[in-house]
Design a protein around this ligand. Structure first.
Ligand SMILES: Cc1cc2nc3c(=O)[nH]c(=O)nc-3n(C[C@H](O)[C@H](O)[C@H](O)COP(=O)(O)O)c2cc1C
Length: 392
C-alpha cells in the first residue's frame, strides 16, 4: 500500500490532537533542570532530582516511597487533576492577601511544613535548618516525634511558636512524660498522628535499603543502618515503643485532660471520624494519609477533603497535606475548605540539596505560585476562595 502526502498529513494532524502526543510534546519542551545552585530552581519538582543526586539510596528510598505498591502516593497527585479552576475576571487583584488565622495566630500564608522524622538523614543541620527557614519565611513548622534534634533546641531556633507532632508512646506513663516535656518547651499545639496505629509495610524503602551496600556504622549503631525507636531524642528512656494499636477515641479524651495545648488529629480521611473528632472536642484536623506512607490504595487527600470539612463543621479548622506541589494545588485545597495546606517531601528535597536556603526557596516558589493563582482567579483574599472557585 502506498502512503500519499495527504495520508501523512492526516496522520500528523491526528497525532497532534492526541493527549498522548500533547504530553510527550510538553515533556520534550521541559527538559529536567540539573540544579547547581538553589536560585536555578523554577518550581518545586526541580528539587526532586537534586535530592536524589545527593542522598544515599537508603535515605532516598525511605523518603520517596510509600507502602505496598505506592499507589496512595499516586492517588494524592492524581486527585488534584479531578478539580479544575473557575476563574472570575475583572476583580481588583493588585493587593493579594495570603494571611490566615489558626488558633489565634495570624500567619503570612496558609502554607505549613509537615512533620517529617529524622531530618539529619537529609542534611547535617536537619530540623534546625528547617526552623531557620521557617523563621525567615514566617511559616508554620510542625516538628515530628521522630525528630533528630530535641524539641527544646528547635523551639529555641524558631522565632515563632512550634507545633509538635505526637507519635503516642505505647505506655500512658510515656505519653504523660512526652506531652509534659513538649508543653514545657512552649509548643501551643499538639498534633497527634493517628494513621500509623495499625502498622505499615514500607516495601519500596526496604528494597532501596537492601540495594544500599554502604557501611553505615559511622552514623548508625549497625553497619546496615536503622535506629532503635528508644534512641530517638524525644523517646529516649520511654519504654515499649509508640503507636499503641489499642488506642480509641477514649484516648482523645485522656489527651485533652492531660494538656492545655490545642489538640489536632492528623490522618483523618472520613466524615465518620471527622464527626467523632468534633464530638470529642478536638480542636483541629489534618486530612492526611501520611503522604501515602500508611495505607495503600487509599483515596487522594484532596478527594476526601470536602467530606471531612462538611462533617467537621465550621468551628474546627481543617488542614490538608499529601501531594501538594503547586500553587494551584494549594488553591484547590483552600477552595474545598482547608484552612492551611502542608508540604512534606518538597521541602525535604530542597533541604537535602541546599539546606536552609533550599527550604526558603521552596516556600518562596509555592507562595508566588499561590499568589499568582489567586490573582488569576479573581480571589485576592484567602476568604474569597470558596467552592465556587473549583469544578466538582
Ligand atoms: C520521609 C518522611 C517522613 C515522615 N515522617 C512523619 C512523621 O514523623 N510524623 C508524621 O506525622 N508524618 C510524617 N510524614 C508524613 C508528612 O507529615 C506528610 O503527611 C506527608 O509527607 C505529606 O505528603 P507529601 O510528602 O506528598 O507532601 C513523613 C513523610 C515523609 C516523606
Amino acid at each position: 500500500m502506498r502512503h500519499t502526502a495527504n495520508d501523512r498529513r492526516r496522520f500528523l494532524q491526528f497525532l497532534a490532537a492526541s493527549p498522548l502526543y500533547a504530553a510527550a510534546w510538553a515533556h520534550a519542551q521541559r527538559p529536567e533542570l540539573t540544579l547547581e545552585t538553589v536560585d536555578q530552581a523554577i518550581t518545586l519538582l526541580d528539587f526532586e532530582e537534586a535530592a536524589r543526586r545527593v542522598l544515599p539510596p537508603a535515605h532516598w528510598g525511605y523518603m520517596a516511597s510509600g507502602v505496598d505498591d505506592d499507589q496512595t502516593i499516586k492517588a494524592n497527585r492524581d486527585g488534584f487533576t479531578h478539580f479544575g479552576l473557575r476563574p472570575r475576571r475583572l476583580v481588583d487583584v493588585t493587593k493579594p492577601d495570603l494571611s490566615v488565622e489558626l488558633f489565634g495566630t495570624t500567619w503570612d500564608t496558609p502554607l505549613f511544613l509537615c512533620p517529617v522524622g529524622g531530618q539529619r538523614m537529609f542534611h547535617r543541620d536537619g530540623e534546625v535548618a528547617v526552623a531557620r527557614a521557617a523563621s525567615a519565611k514566617k511559616t508554620l513548622q510542625i516538628l515530628s516525634s521522630a525528630t533528630s534534634i530535641p524539641v527544646e533546641e528547635v523551639a529555641k531556633t524558631l522565632t515563632h511558636p512550634l507545633w509538635y507532632q505526637l507519635y503516642m508512646p505505647v505506655t500512658w506513663d510515656g505519653t504523660e512524660r512526652l506531652v509534659k516535656r513538649v508543653e514545657a518547651a512552649g509548643c501551643p499545639v499538639l498534633v497527634w498522628t493517628i494513621d500509623l496505629l495499625g502498622g505499615r509495610n514500607l516495601e519500596t524503602a526496604e528494597r532501596f535499603r537492601r540495594a544500599d551496600t554502604r557501611d553505615c556504622s559511622a552514623c548508625h549503631s549497625s553497619p546496615r543502618g536503622g535506629r532503635a525507636i528508644d534512641q530517638l531524642p524525644m523517646l529516649e528512656g520511654i519504654k515499649g515503643g509508640m503507636n499503641p494499636p489499642a488506642a480509641t477515641w477514649e484516648y482523645v479524651d485522656r489527651l485533652k485532660k492531660l494538656t492545655r495545648m490545642k489538640l489536632v488529629l492528623k490522618g483523618v480521611e472520613t466524615h465518620e471520624d471527622a464527626r467523632l473528632a468534633r464530638e470529642h472536642g478536638v480542636d483541629g484536623l489534618i486530612v492526611s494519609n501520611h503522604g501515602g506512607r500508611a495505607l495503600d490504595t487509599g483515596r487522594g487527600t484532596i478527594d476526601v477533603l470536602a467530606e471531612v470539612v462538611d462533617a467537621a463543621g465550621a468551628r474546627i479548622p481543617v488542614m490538608l497535606d499529601g501531594g501538594v506541589r503547586r500553587g494551584t494545588d494549594v488553591f484547590k485545597a483552600l477552595a474545598l475548605g482547608a484552612r492551611a495546606v502542608g508540604i512534606g517531601r518538597p521541602y525535604v528535597w530542597a533541604l537535602s540539596a541546599f539546606g536552609q536556603a533550599g527550604v526558603e526557596k521552596v516556600l518562596d516558589i509555592l507562595r508566588a505560585e499561590l499568589q499568582m493563582t489567586m490573582r488569576q482567579c479573581g480571589t485576592p483574599a484567602i476568604k474569597q476562595i470558596t467552592r465556587g472557585a473549583v469544578t466538582s
